[in-house]
Design a protein around this ligand. Structure first.
Ligand code: DQA
Length: 149
């Protein structure tokens, strides 16, 4: 069975309460539930983590790199300035897709820059929780080509 890890960064644990016009009204738990039911139908084993701490996110990237076939990460605000997370992603031997709920390019200028996306295969932004579903599709296709499945 294909294994995919998901890492959600700071403040994503407050989804549902955070600016709903931007992030929608689903809580993290509700969003995870939708993503998990999609993964189940696709026969994919998902492990989802969330942390508000940069070091913990780096440790999760390092751990996932030997535990799963592909990784999805929403580094949240760290996207825009964490060279430490970017380095961890560069060292990660499995394919990684960066996702964002919001369209980071249509918001404040500082959000239009991702220091982490260049260390990933690609980035999907602006589709709410569907960004994660699209990332699962993308990873499945990439891993199929690598004959992992
Ligand atoms: C976000 C976008 C970031 O700019 C922001 O800091 C977040 C969430 C998104 O998913 O749209 O916390 O990563």
């Amino acid at each position: 069975m294909l294994k995919i890890g998901i890492i959600n960064g700071p403040n994503l644990n407050t989804l549902g309460k955070r600016d709903q016009k931007i992030y929608g009204n689903l809580t993290l738990e509700e969003m995870n539930h939708k993503i998990e039911s999609f993964a189940k139908k696709e026969d994919i084993e998902l492990t989802i983590k969330q942390s508000n701490f940069e070091g913990e996110i780096i440790e999760s990237i390092q751990q996932f790199s030997s535990q799963v076939d592909g990784l999805i990460i929403n580094p949240a605000a760290y996207t825009h300035y964490s060279y430490a997370i970017a380095d961890a992603l560069r060292d990660c031997p499995i394919p990684v897709v960066e996702v964002h709920l919001s369209n980071i390019f249509s918001r404040e200028d500082f959000r239009g820059k991702s220091v982490t996306a260049p260390a990933c295969i690609g980035q999907i932004a602006g589709f709410g929780y569907q960004s994660y579903i699209l990332a699962i599709y993308a990873l499945k296709d990439i891993l199929k080509k690598q004959t992992k499945i």
